[in-house]
Every structure is written in structure tokens, then in C-alpha cells.
Design a protein around this ligand. Structure first.
Ligand code: 5GP
Length: 220
């Protein structure tokens, strides 16, 4: 197994595909606005899916089981950790969050690109496991706007809000480990930049070798 595939194995149900999908790892401090950006980009960019994480935190108002997250008990989460079901997992703001190894492997080996929305610890794990993944950090334009967004979202208790704001400066310091940074000053433009990153990564020469080879063969 190559180092690229350390954390991901081709599921038996997936036949041999020429193209492997790309893992896009998106992180930002809570309230950085990545959720909105990702929703837009998923609507605009074809052949792109979203990794639905597991978490032990409670659902917020409009969140739907299986859409934003799979909401599980700490016991169930620990069982999944023991069974090796997570590609990565981390404790974030006192709760557990994990990425399904199976879901990511299925998408990637079926040739679809996938967005993982994870914290900075999760991003570091995925970068190490999947060396050709693409990591993108979303920055709020200022701490004041971050605070306003968290308040406007009105989904966190005052304690949770305080915790998220308190963790933000430490999270920001990790930006240097990411390949791309988007300052989310205005959602339309920021979503456009995220789509552009995805499209540009798709046409990297190294990712298109099989197609290029076929073109070459048609010439000989
Ligand atoms: P929230 O509770 O606001 O939805 O998410 C809190 C933090 O957990 C965010 O930084 C989010 O990106 C991160 N997160 C969500 N899912 C995962 C996951 O599967 N793994 C890791 N490491 N972090 C996650």
C-alpha cells in the first residue's frame, strides 16, 4: 500500500477505478463561516460530496441526523474508535468528532471528490494519512466578525460561545500548515475562491496521468 493510501483501503464493493477522488480538507475556527461556503460549493460543483461526521454533541435547531452529522452517544463513539471505523477523530470544544473511514473510502475509490470539514487536529491527521489531500483554511475577516457570527447564529449556549471564542486564537495559529487560505469576508466571493481551488486541483497534471496517457496513445 502506498503512503497515499495508508488510511484508506478500497472497499470490496468498489471495482477498480482509474481515477481516485481528491480529499479536500476544510478547517476554520467555529463561526468562520465554512458551513455556508461548503453548502454553496456543493450545489455549484459537480462530482463533489461531503463527509458526514459522527459527533457526541447534541443537534442544533435545524440540524438533521445524517445530513450535518450522525449524532451518537459517547459509548457508541468509543466503540467506533475501538473498531477502527474513523479515518481520524478528535476532541473539539469538549465533544468528540470523527470522520467515517468507510464513507470517505467509498467516495474516493468510486472516483468522486469529497470535502471533509474538520478541526485543525483532524486536518493534521488527514494530511499525514493522505499525502495528496488538499487542505484549505477559512479565516473570518476579524475576531469581531467571528463573535458577531457566533452570536447571530444563536445556536450555542453562552458557555459554548465563550469556549469557541477562547479556542479561536489557538486554532488560527495553525493556518501555516494549510495549502490554501480563504478570508471569508464576503460569502459569494469566498465560495467562488473555494470552487476555483477545487477546479484547479482537478486539472493538476499528476492527477490526470491516466487520461493524458490515453490521449497520448490515440496519437501513436
Ligand atoms: P461544530 O460543533 O461547530 O459543528 O463543530 C466544531 C468543530 O468540530 C469544527 O471545527 C468542525 O470543523 C469540527 N469537526 C466536525 N466534524 C469533525 C470530524 O469529523 N473530525 C474532526 N477532527 N473535527 C470535526
Amino acid at each position: 500500500m502506498s503512503s497515499k493510501e495508508k488510511g484508506l483501503e478500497r472497499p470490496d464493493s468498489v471495482g477498480p477505478q482509474e481515477m481516485r477522488g481528491i480529499l479536500f480538507v476544510v478547517s476554520s475556527p467555529s463561526g468562520g463561516g465554512k458551513g455556508t461556503l461548503i453548502q454553496r460549493v456543493l450545489k455549484q460543483v459537480p462530482n463533489l460530496s461531503y463527509s458526514v461526521s459522527y459527533t457526541t454533541r447534541a443537534p442544533r435547531n435545524a440540524e438533521v441526523e445524517g445530513r450535518e452529522y450522525f449524532f451518537v452517544t459517547p459509548e457508541k463513539f468509543e466503540g467506533m474508535v475501538a473498531a477502527g471505523e474513523f479515518l481520524e477523530w478528535a476532541q473539539v470544544h469538549g465533544k468528540l468528532y470523527g470522520t467515517s473511514r468507510h464513507q470517505v473510502a467509498r467516495e474516493v475509490f468510486e472516483g468522486r471528490d469529497i470535502i471533509l470539514e474538520v478541526d485543525v487536529q483532524g486536518a493534521a491527521s488527514v494530511r499525514e494519512l493522505v499525502t495528496d489531500s488538499v487542505s484549505i483554511f477559512i479565516l473570518p475577516p476579524s475576531v469581531e466578525i467571528l463573535r458577531q457570527r457566533l452570536i447571530a447564529r444563536a445556536t450555542d449556549s453562552p458557555e459554548e460561545l465563550e469556549l469557541r471564542l477562547r479556542h479561536a486564537p489557538a486554532e488560527l495559529k495553525h493556518y501555516k500548515a494549510f495549502g490554501y487560505v480563504i478570508i471569508n469576508d464576503e460569502v459569494e466571493g469566498a465560495a467562488k475562491r473555494l470552487s476555483c481551488i477545487i477546479e484547479a486541483e482537478r486539472v493538476r497534471r499528476a492527477r490526470q496521468e491516466p487520461q493524458i496517457k490515453r490521449v497520448g496513445e490515440s496519437f501513436s
